[in-house]
Ligand binder design. Structure first.
Ligand code: AMP
Ligand code: GLY
Length: 427
C-alpha cells in the first residue's frame, strides 16, 4: 500500500520512520515533509490544508492510507473532504471528521462533551460579547489563578493563566472585545486552575473501540526547572514511572472509556488518534484538553517504544478489528530532547547551517528526528523554532536522557539551545 503522511514536523518524521518499517508500506509520501522525511520517502510540496492539491497527488500516487499529523487540516475537514468524494472514499484517512475534531477545535465543545459524559475536568463557564458583563462579575469573584482560553485554535497561544484579577480582566477584554485571536476568541472559556503534574495519553479509536498506544510526560517550558514561557514541547520521556497500572486503570475507566462511549453515543465519526492532555492531581486524573492527533514531541518517544506494526494498527482501525490487536511495547525507556533556535518561543533567526546529524544518529540506540529544518541548496538549515529532536533508548530514563543529550551536543547550529534537565524528577 502507498501511504501519505501530512505535516512537516518531528512528529511526521517519526511517523515516517515507523511506517516505513512496515511490510505493508510500499511507497511513502510526505506532504510537505522536511529534509528528515526526504531521507525516508518522497516529499510532495503541498500545503497541509490544500485539499485539492492533496487529492490530485493522492490519485496520482494511488495512495491507500492517509495519516494526518497536525490539527489544522482535521479541524478544516480533511477527513470529510476525502470521505465525501467517490474517487477517494475508499482511502483510509486516519483522523476524525470535522465535527469530531471540534473536541480539539472548540474548547467550549469539548467542555460540553465532558460535562455530558461526566468526564473529570476543571469547572468552567463560557462567555461572548453578549454576556460580557456577566463574565466580568464571574472573574471578579473567582479564586486565583484562573485560566482563560480562546474557544478556537490559536496556534497554541490562546491559553492565559492569570495570577491576578486585573490580569484576567485585561485578557478577557483583549480576547473578546479587541478580538486578539479573531473569531477564535469571540468566545472564551474561563476555567478553574488545576494543580498537579501534566501528562499525555494516546489512544487510537475507530469511534467505538480503542487501544492505548502510549503515554508520555512532555516538558513544555523553555527554561530548566520548568521556568519561563510555554513552548510546543522541549522534550519527553516514556514510560513515566508514576503512570503505573493503577493510575492508567483510573485513566481508562474515568476518562478514556467514557470519552469513546460518548463519541459512539453521539454518532461522531472518529477514526484516528485521541490525545488526552491530563492533569495528575495526587493520583487522580483530570482532562485539561483533548487533541485529535498525536503530540509533538510525544510521538518521537511513543512510536519508538511501540513494538506493534503501526500500519497494521491503522488498517485495523479502518476495518473494524481494532479490538483484536495486541499492543506491544519495547521494554526500554525512551527520552527525546529538542534542540531549538535561540530566542524561541519568541523571535528567532532562520537559515543557519546544521551539522552533526549523522554523528548524533551514529550514537547507540539513537534516532534523530528533524522538525524545523529545510534545504538551502543542498545544505540542511534551520527553518523553525524547534529544529531537531534526538530520541534515545536506555535501560532507564536517566541513561536514555544522557544519550539524547549527547546527541544534542553533537548537533550544531548558531544559537542552538536545549534543556539539560529533561526527566529531572526521575533521575
Ligand atoms: P491547552 O491548550 O488547553 O492544553 O492549554 C495549554 C496549557 O495551559 C496546558 O498544557 C496547561 O499547561 C495549561 N492549562 C490549561 N488549562 C489548565 C487548567 N485548567 N489548569 C492548569 N493549567 C492549565
Ligand atoms: N506536545 C504537545 C502537543 O503536541 O500539543
Amino acid at each position: 500500500m502507498n501511504i501519505l503522511i501530512i505535516g512537516s514536523g518531528g512528529r511526521e518524521h517519526a511517523l515516517a520512520w515507523k511506517m516505513a518499517k512496515s511490510h505493508q508500506c510500499d511507497q511513502l509520501f510526505i506532504a510537505p515533509g522536511n529534509p528528515g522525511t526526504a531521507s525516508i520517502g518522497t516529499n510532495l510540496p503541498i500545503a497541509t490544508t490544500d485539499f485539492e492539491g492533496l487529492q490530485k497527488a493522492v490519485l496520482e500516487h494511488q495512495i491507500g492510507m492517509i495519516v494526518v499529523g497536525p490539527e489544522d487540516p482535521l479541524v478544516k475537514g480533511i477527513f470529510d473532504f476525502f470521505a465525501n468524494n467517490p474517487l477517494t472514499q475508499h482511502i483510509n484517512v486516519i483522523g476524525p471528521s470535522a465535527q469530531a475534531a471540534q473536541l480539539e477545535g472548540s474548547k467550549a465543545f469539548s467542555k460540553h462533551f465532558m460535562q455530558r459524559h461526566q468526564i473529570p475536568t476543571a469547572s468552567y463557564a463560557e462567555f461572548t460579547a453578549d454576556n460580557y458583563e456577566e463574565g466580568v462579575q464571574y472573574l471578579r469573584q473567582h479564586s486565583l489563578p484562573i485560566v482563560l482560553k480562546a474557544d478556537g485554535l490559536a496556534a497554541g497561544k490562546g491559553v492565559i493563566i492569570a495570577q491576578t484579577t486585573q490580569e484576567a480582566l485585561e485578557s478577557f477584554d483583549e480576547m473578546i472585545l479587541q478580538k486578539q485571536f479573531g473569531e477564535a476568541s469571540a468566545k472564551v472559556v474561563v476555567e478553574q486552575f488545576l494543580t498537579g503534574i501534566e501528562v499525555s495519553v494516546f489512544a487510537l479509536t475507530d469511534g467505538k473501540n480503542y487501544q492505548i498506544i502510549g503515554h508520555a510526560k512532555d516538558y513544555k517550558r523553555i527554561g530548566e526547572g520548568d521556568q519561563g514561557l510555554n513552548t510546543g514541547g522541549m522534550g519527553c520521556v516514556t514510560p513515566v514511572p508514576f503512570m503505573d497500572d493503577a493510575f492508567m486503570q483510573k485513566v481508562e475507566k474515568t476518562i478514556i472509556q467514557p470519552t469513546i462511549e460518548g463519541i459512539a453515543k453521539e454518532g461522531l465519526v472518529y477514526k484516528g488518534f485521541v490525545f488526552f492532555g491530563l492533569m495528575n492531581q495526587n493520583g487522580t486524573p483530570y482532562v485539561i484538553e483533548y487533541n485529535c492527533r498525536l503530540g509533538d514531541p510525544e510521538t518521537e518517544v511513543i512510536l519508538p517504544r511501540l513494538q506493534t506494526d503501526l500500519v497494521s494498527l491503522l488498517a485495523a482501525a479502518d476495518n473494524g478489528t481494532l479490538e483484536d490487536v495486541n499492543i506491544e511495547y519495547h521494554t526500554a525507556s525512551f527520552a527525546t530532547v529538542m534542540t531549538v533556535s535561540g530566542g524561541y518561543p519568541g523571535e528567532y533567526k532562520k537559515g543557519y547551517a546544521i551539522t552533526g546529524i549523522q554523528e548524533a544518529q551514529a550514537l547507540p540506540q539513537t534516532l534523530v528526528f528533524q522538525a524545523g529544518t529545510g534545504f538551502q541548496n543542498d545544505e540542511i538549515v534551520t527553518q523553525g523554532g524547534r529544529v531537531i529532536t534526538v530520541t534515545a533508548a536506555g535501560n532507564d530514563l536517566q541513561s536514555a536522557v544522557n544519550t539524547a543529550q549527547k546527541g544534542c551536543d553533537l548537533i550544531q547550529f548558531t544559537d542552538k539551545y536545549f534543556r539539560k534537565d529533561i526527566g529531572y524528577e526521575f533521575a
